[in-house]
Write a protein that binds this ligand. Sequence first.
Ligand code: PLP
Length: 395
Amino acid sequence: MAGHMARHMAGRVYLDWNATAPMRPQARAAFEDAAALTGNPSSVHAEGRAARHAIERARGEVAALFGARLADVFFTSGGTEANMLALSPAIETAADKRPRGELLISAIEHASVRAGGRFPRNAIEEVPVDGDGRVMLDALAHAVARATRPLVAIMLANNETGVVQPVAEAAAIVHSAGGLLLVDAVQAVGRIPCDIGALGADLLTISAHKIGGPKGLGAVIRRSDDTHFADPLMRGGGQERGMRAGTENVAGIAAFGAAAAAVRENLAGEAAHMLTLRKLLEEGLRATSPKAVIFGEAVDRLPNTTLFALDGAKAETAVIAFDLEGIALSSGAACSSGKVQPSHVLAAMGVSPGLLRGAVRVSLGWTTTESDIECFLDAWRKLAGALSKGHGIAA
Ligand code: PLP
């Protein structure tokens, strides 16, 4: 349990795993071992080959988690850069090297996809979601039919609601119209299976820090080497087979690989553990607040995520009140430069403004315990009354 203690601040309950997860002990060990390597992975001498070996071993571990080939994994500086690299009109396939005419994105994508990568603003179109937060496949079919060689981005699971998207069905629709599908799997990895072939994604993006690897590392994975990035973001020394130049983050990549291996080994058990605790959490929540709304409750969600709201409550007040009770969680609203913006995800779902402002996200992970959930529920019983009346923090 020493590892557990080291990962959490004493006396605190960490329930914000969708923001980031603690590093797994295996990842830390791999990080330290690889940080001791001297060589540049591009060097031909023994030192260089040792660093190269650490990277390729990690690449194999990441590839295996997604059922991909080793040569189809490209490391980046995170999920954001992975999305930026993939969101380019210059994504070519062996059969079609013409530029992608449009970018279609679901209305609930992460900011790094909503920014549109290298597509011009006027070439980006949003595909709506239904009231449960799932992309509307009939709207997608219409949009791809109108578009010219579209690149379509649909996340596998939403970071706020945890709602799992019908990606395999979307892939069939996209492919039948000559489109390519990018799947942001950042929040899904480590919680549900993410086999790239089964999903039908042409490109998949992931981030290490959500699965117990280091922050500042991610990857783009392609389903086949038919797909080519003709316009890499980083040009220079030709690393990552020309797709991402710059001397590799050897220690970080080694740690990412170790985290991926741990996920592959433990996914079924960890997912079942998180689901059991989330059921406990949601039952307790409902017992105290029968009027609480749990978003996406009727549809398939990640086993670790609950986004809920009480009408009239203010999420930012709730987050501070929980923090004072020793509990780290997050509001459903995206907070940028100190301003709390209403969540575009809940807005796209048609959630009323009163509920939308009060959304609180609780996200669990592999070291979350039953006693963490009890602490959360104790705090909620104490805070719910005052918060639902829109009052400030209970003294
Ligand atoms: N995509 C989704 C769905 C995310 O939730 C996040 C991070 O929260 C990202 C992309 C960005 O990943 P990173 O933090 O590694 O840049």
